[in-house]
Write a protein of this length. Structure first.
Length: 366
């Protein structure tokens, strides 16, 4: 057998990543499916796999470096003396990277597709229907997912005799394990004349438009699953699911706390002191809020049933109104005089917040 380092074109000091990269590049270049009619491609590919089997295993590599080819025991079925051949170890992502990899599909991919849906605050509160357009992988329409050019036929895979699965002996254990055939990718057929649209993959990217119903009361970050709305990873299997993540845009007036809606409303000093009614925004439009006399800054007033619809128990949450008292900054002479008279009239009357503050002072200083 040839020196595995020479076969893969790497140095003896190469790292595992460098060895893996070299194998992927050469395996994709010399794979029999990419070299139809070249009988030497089968031999070169088996030789590449044999070399990789040794150098990718730290123990086998160390034994080979020390004792040479004699350190690797013989195994039937490899086609290369002294090296076990395991179809599962072939890196299909590298071999078919220019086909399925170009569509965003990797080995082991189940076809799950993830997308974000952005909705407004009001749409999250009351629900909506959204039209979503996205790209996904589907069976190629020109070849009906066969991978063959129109009118062309496929050949039975010689590696698995058309079964789509092969039985392999794993290493030194006398146990045969059945696995998908790596040559035909489990289909049992080999494409001889590839479809020009999908280049033999049997899959192609296509734009799809669907309507999704967003229920009332949905929260930011919630997910919705659309079954079979994702990618097809094989033309003979159903597609994966589409997972939608809901993103709720911030509102300029409202924010959400559980099922309640919170907003801040500025009022004048006079309105806070005397009370009265105030027009405020709600999710249902304009509303009226009664301001009690003597309302303090930071007070939270509640309007029943004007919040987010509850998804479990029914009904709606409340709207919480945070009151902020605005202090005038530019006063006329008359206004100053009136406020001065008010201050004199109030005298030393202690207000509720002052009383609380003074009690805290007494507790602090004794």
């Amino acid at each position: 057998m040839r020196d595995p380092y020479e076969v893969l074109g790497v140095e003896r000091s190469s790292t595992q990543d460098e060895i893996k990269s070299a194998f992927r590049r050469l395996a994709g270049q010399h794979h029999p499916d990419k070299n139809p009619g070249d009988q030497g491609a089968h031999v070169r590919f088996k030789e590449l796999n044999a070399a990789y089997q040794i150098l990718s295993d730290p123990q086998k590599r160390a034994a080979f470096d020390r004792f040479g080819p004699a350190a690797v025991g013989a195994s039937a079925g490899s086609g290369v003396p002294g090296v076990p051949f395991d179809m599962q170890d072939l890196n299909l992502d590298a071999i078919f990277g220019d086909l399925l990899g170009a569509l965003g599909i990797r080995v082991g991919d189940r076809g799950t597709l993830q997308k974000e849906v952005r909705i407004t605050f009001e749409e999250a509160a009351f629900g909506c229907t959204k039209e979503i357009t996205y790209d996904r992988v589907e069976p190629c329409g020109d070849c009906a997912g066969s991978g063959s050019a129109p009118g062309a036929s496929t050949e039975r895979c010689s590696a698995c005799s058309g079964r789509g699965r092969v039985r392999m002996q794993q290493g030194m254990f006398p146990i045969a394990i059945e696995r998908p055939c790596g040559r035909c990718r489990g289909t049992g057929r080999i494409v001889t004349d590839p479809c020009r649209t999908c280049r033999g993959a049997g899959l192609a990217a296509k734009q799809k438009t669907i309507e999704v119903t967003i229920p009332p009361g949905v929260e930011n970050g919630a997910t919705r699953l659309v079954e079979r709305g994702g990618n097809a990873v094989r033309s003979d299997r159903g597609p994966g699911d589409l997972e939608l993540t809901i993103r709720v845009s911030p509102h300029e007036l409202f924010r959400r706390v559980g099922d309640d809606v919170v907003c801040s409303v500025p009022i004048s000093f006079a309105r806070a002191a005397l009370g009265g009614e105030l027009e405020i925004p709600t999710l249902d439009g304009k509303g009226r809020l009664r301001i009690p006399p003597g309302t303090q800054p930071g007070a939270v007033l509640r309007i029943k049933g004007k919040g987010i619809p509850r998804r479990v128990v029914g009904g709606r949450g409340d709207q919480l109104v945070e009151v902020s008292v605005e202090v005038p900054t530019q006063l006329t002479a008359t206004q100053r005089e009136l406020i001065a008279q008010l201050a004199k009239e109030l005298g030393e009357n202690v207000q509720p917040q002052q009383a609380t503050f003074m009690e805290k002072l007494k507790g602090l200083f004794g």
